[in-house]
Design a protein around this ligand. Structure first.
Ligand code: C5P
Length: 227
């Protein structure tokens, strides 16, 4: 089989990472969750007081970018890689609603994107990779052999994210999660640098009514047509 690059983009909480992980495991490919990288930079900015409810000091964040080291380290027990920020595992910290509330603002900053995109391109240079995000098929890997664009209604997505957070013991309301999903979609699709848009050659999958297995089968068929 030939090794390919698989780019999965779409709105927040469309099940991109579930699908990407499943595919990577099945194919023996590397899986990279680029949202985790934007989340880690956001967590860094929060920790240092560069961003909060009423202010965001972009300049200071931009100036401190060289001191941010992001790494994915594979956790064999979990079967997937975890996000490390300056050698500290931040996998739990980056998944909170607080980080979700700020991440799209941090992801608008071109200097942040440039740094992360460079690292992402480097990770994909040997192919055999499944990467999910918002700009993978358009900016990171414009020559990916397979591009998937995932959609689902905002309410389906909010319900999924809400169930996930509740399961983890977070105290959030459904309305809060829905508002966050809608706000992130708005910022992600309207930003100047690398807005969320479907690549011309991407295949759209609306998974509002597809089970996890059905969606996996659909995409696996597409992969098998190529490899
Ligand atoms: O995928 P996830 O929902 O964890 O992504 C969090 C946020 O990071 C997105 O809402 C978006 O603002 C940003 N992001 C991005 N480009 C990517 C991945 C994520 O701008 N490739």
């Amino acid at each position: 089989d030939k090794k390919i690059t698989i780019a999965i983009d779409g709105f927040s909480s469309t099940g991109k990472s579930t699908l990407a992980k499943q595919l990577a495991k099945h194919l023996g490919y590397v899986y990279v969750d680029t949202g985790a990288m934007y989340r880690a930079v956001t967590f860094f900015a929060m920790q240092n007081g560069y961003i909060n409810i009423d202010s965001f000091d972009k300049e200071i964040l931009i100036n401190s970018l060289p001191s941010i080291k992001l790494q994915f380290k594979f956790n064999a027990d979990l079967g997937f890689a975890e996000m490390y920020l300056n050698e500290v595992n931040v996998e739990t910290e980056i998944r909170t609603i607080e980080v979700s509330n700020f991440v799209s603002k941090v992801a608008e900053v071109s200097e942040v994107r440039a740094k992360l995109v460079e690292q992402q391109k480097e990770m994909g240079k040997d192919k055999a990779i499944v990467m999910d995000g918002r700009d993978i098929g358009t900016v990171v890997f414009p020559y990916a052999e397979l591009k998937i664009f995932m959609t689902a209604s905002a309410t389906t997505r909010a319900q999924r994210r809400y169930d996930e957070l509740i399961k983890k013991g977070d105290t959030v309301t459904y309305d809060e999660v829905l508002a966050n999903v809608e706000e992130r979609d708005y910022i992600d699709t309207h930003r100047k640098d690398s807005p969320l848009v479907m690549a011309d050659d991407a295949i759209e999958i609306d998974n509002s009514y597809l089970t996890r297995e059905e969606q996996f089968e659909v995409v696996l068929d597409l992969v098998n047509e190529i490899i």
